[in-house]
Design a protein around this ligand. Sequence first.
Ligand code: ACM
Length: 530
Amino acid sequence: MKPLLKQLLASTALLLAMGTMQAAEPVRIIPAVQEMTTADGALTLPGTPTIACPQELENEGNLLIQYLQADFGIRATKEGDDATISLRLDSGLSFPQEHGYTLDVSGKGVRIAANDATGIFYGIQTLRQLVTKADERCTLPYVAINDYPAYRWRAFMHDDARSFKGKDIVLGLLDEMARLKLNVFHWHLTDDQGWRIQIDKYPRLTEVGAWRDSTQLGGYRGITFDPHRHGGFYTKDDIRQVLDYAAARHILVIPEFEMPGHESAAIAAYPWLGTTGKEIKVPCTFGVQYEVMDITSPRVYKFIEDVLDEIIDLFPSPIIHIGGDEVKFDQWKASPRVQAYMKEHGITTPADLQVLFTNDISYILSRKGRRMMGWNDITGNKIHEYNDADDATARQKLAEGTIVQFWKGDLDLIEKTARQGYDIVNSYHYMTYLDYDYKQIPLRQAYDFSPIPEGLPKELEPRILGLGCQMWGEETLSDEWMYSRIFPRIAAYAEVGWTLPARKDYDSFLHSLEGLKNIWKKKGYQVGGE
Ligand code: ACM
């Protein structure tokens, strides 16, 4: 061996022995933080670390204690002086975006500060990823972090309607969202193949609408069926538990009640909701169905308002998602009643009928103090091949204040929508649909997604609230299948939403991801894309 190399190896061994290498190791945090400086040295946590936090941060302090126990087997306590970890609110702190925090690790301990509890919670998530456990010793590198989100909307959508998963799985998903600082849980609770939320005034929604006889396998192109009855729903108590769990983790839960399409399960329960009035069964097949509400019927409006009342009673979210996607206009066009209504009211296209209906719902919601959100189909532009351009282009303008979630459409449509003053969540399907396989959306492509589309004029950028990633449920009867598509891509979307583009680095992300993959595997989640 050359003397120089020998000398280098010897000095490396010495440094390792002194325990000073930790600071030189790249710090692994996902989503990557905005600013960080490191110093030589590491803090070793004592056997029973003490946590200092004010009364207002009781929830965050308790969660930190739970995390330290579950992640590292450390029993922390709030008793005693000389806190190892302190959580501190400081109204004087300011960040370029709300919910930022600072985190300092030094020989004196760990100090997390923020101007609100959400920022403190995010600091705690970073702290969890800073700890390394080796030989029963938990250490953290000396760092000074100043961190805040790039986007305020960082959503994960779970489709319980197509495959019902139940409360425990949802709570687990919320845990992983919290770990990644995702802050909106978009809960797709109703669709053609299942109605998943207890509504007291309309019990058949869950007695009938929550159950189907079998399930098409392999998505809408599949030719085989799982022969078992499938179904289930969330009671109001279940939902309250999920909401409490999410709120403690600073996650907003937005319920989605689809209308006027994706409605077969509700129509199976109450045929008078449908345009044809025919009795149907809850579909066992996927793909866009023809069933659509008769939105010219006062009884249907009353139903929607009643259901919204019960949803609003349960969900504190200021935003309610009304779906609005993929309405096939065939039944409206074939219905003499709907045609007569349109003529009487001077409504020229089915797309206008849908926009006017959607605006009525927006009005109902705003009277109840809530804001409407929907898929971008509700703007009344042609985005589907199955509707004629003439039918699908509305002259009516969507209600002001609506949040438009873009899943389809080109830059021109996003630009037009932003220019008209709507806030936008970007969920472009070719980039953010978690049910798409890794050939369609490789991890790298997910990581490179930009919620602000290339070419959008600078002055319209503030209209883009952030992104959603969506786990659709057509093929998620198997939990393993579902997890293998969520993990690890959800981490890439978390970094897209949190980390400023200039701070993103795919190689570092991959390096950091190894730690998270191990955590997920240990928890029993399938990790895909390998
Ligand atoms: C959608 O994928 N139909 C929103």
